[in-house]
Design a protein around this ligand. Structure first.
Ligand code: ADP
Length: 409
């Protein structure tokens, strides 16, 4: 089976074509500046150089067409016709209270996905455009939705409810949903394989990238997670502030004369590592500035370490124990200093890591055990692979005809 994994953003569309016989990526790339001028598509067939082409893409349908054109191109392509693509799997950021597993698209799915526009417009509208584009260009290919929120749907009410009037939940579906679920699910699965069991395990997964979230996973099910109603909640991120005193929001709005949209933009784009360091949202730039003695760069990372430790402590407490701590995503996989600083502050749990091994461990598609043999908690670097999970779920949903069972709210 060949599966095309699609991740549609507001003006971009990332894609990967998988051959599920060996679960290898055949080709991948990205379309950028969809809907504007100066659009371009990047295409890379595995084992070959990247090809970039300028092409106008007024909507996601033209972007999908450009992707297909590249995949089936007699010279640079990798398949002979569009019919070789057996299914399309979409990454969906916000599934709201509706979707708890990956499912084939039908009219009810689209109807309920449209209800998520209200709670997550930034992500849901592009997803719908991506689906429309696929339907137009590949009308015969089954499409499957894989939700970032689904893995977190096991959270108990005390984790997902906010202490605001209950009517806000009933009227507007305001609750913690959690995100990066596909990544947390992937690394949990790998960690459970290492532990040799799922039942009885207590794992904390740290997905640290541009966007970051931490999850407490007990018996393979999420008990709590740091992102909330939106991906803005939780720890400090590249450009997002994470959880801050709510009173700061109206305070800044008044002082700076911000509209709600401007304040949302401010919290999503101007804060986090970028806001504190005043240098960059990229941890590599921050690390460079730290090595040159920049104090704000140091502070931005100190805040991050401090917050991550607080989450780990809190999550170990609500799980009443901890078997394994997992680091993943861009920063989690590639920033040894951050991992070391986090773990050195967790001796209360008996966590010990091998500093030399940690220092040289970075993403190379390898799982690395970072904890020492006498550490009371296993610490692992597990490179994430969200696209693979989407491809696997898509294959599974198509083969087993997994359909949406509607729950009414
Ligand atoms: P996204 O949330 O956009 O998927 P990533 O998981 O790619 O983000 O994480 C981006 C972060 O990871 C950046 O801060 C970047 O500095 C860091 N990062 C990514 N790759 C590397 C690398 N090879 N070495 C050091 N840091 C890296």
């Amino acid at each position: 089976m060949k599966i095309l994994v699609v991740n549609a953003g507001s003006s971009s569309l990332k894609y990967q074509l998988f051959d599920m016989t060996d679960k290898n990526v055949i080709a991948k790339g990205i379309c950028e500046r969809i809907g504007g001028n100066g659009g371009k598509i990047e295409y890379r067939k595995t084992g070959f150089d990247k090809i970039t082409e300028e092409i106008d893409m007024p909507s996601h349908a033209e972007a999908m067409q450009a992707v297909i054109d590249h995949l089936i191109d007699p010279e640079i392509g990798c398949i002979s016709s569009m019919d070789e693509i057996n299914a399309v799997g979409h990454r969906v950021v916000q599934g709201g209270p509706y979707f708890s597993k990956s499912i084939l698209i039908d009219d009810n799915v689209i109807e309920d996905l449209k209800k998520c526009i209200d709670i997550g417009p930034l992500h849901t509208i592009p997803t719908l455009h991506g689906i429309e584009g696929c339907t137009k260009v590949m009308p015969n290919a089954p499409q499957v939705l894989v939700f970032d929120t689904a893995f977190h749907s096991t959270m108990p009410a005390e984790s997902y409810m906010y202490p605001i009037p209950y009517s806000m939940y009933e009227k507007y579906k305001i609750r913690r949903y959690g995100f990066h679920g596909t990544s947390h699910r992937f690394v949990t699965r790998e960690m459970c394989k290492i532990l040799g069991k799922t039942e009885g395990t207590k794992i904390i997964t740290c997905h640290l990238g541009n966007g970051s979230s931490i999850s407490a996973v007990k018996d393979g099910k999420v008990l709590d997670t740091s992102m909330g109603f939106t991906p803005l909640d939780g720890i400090e991120m590249g450009t997002r502030c994470g959880a801050i005193d709510p009173s700061i929001i109206p305070f800044i709005m008044e002082k700076e004369n911000f509209t709600p949209a401007q304040m949302t933009e401010f919290m999503n784009k101007k804060c986090g590592l970028l806001g504190v360091s005043e240098i960059s949202s990229d941890s590599r730039d921050i690390e460079k500035a730290i090595s040159e003695g920049d104090e704000k760069a140091q502070l931005s990372m100190d805040i991050l370490v401090h917050e991550i430790r607080k989450y780990i402590g809190g999550y170990a407490t609500i799980m009443d124990g901890l078997d394994a701590l997992v680091f993943t995503a861009g920063i989690g996989e590639n920033n040894p200093r951050l991992r070391e600083d986090i773990c050195n502050g967790l001796s209360i749990f008996g966590i010990k890591i091998n500093s030399e091994l940690n220092a040289v461990s970075h993403h190379q598609n390898n799982i690395v055990k970072l904890s020492t043999d006498d550490s009371k908690v296993l610490v692992y670097l597990i490179p994430t692979n969200e696209e693979l999970v989407i491809a696997e779920d898509t294959e599974n949903a198509v083969k087993n005809n997994i359909r949406y069972e509607r729950v009414t709210f």
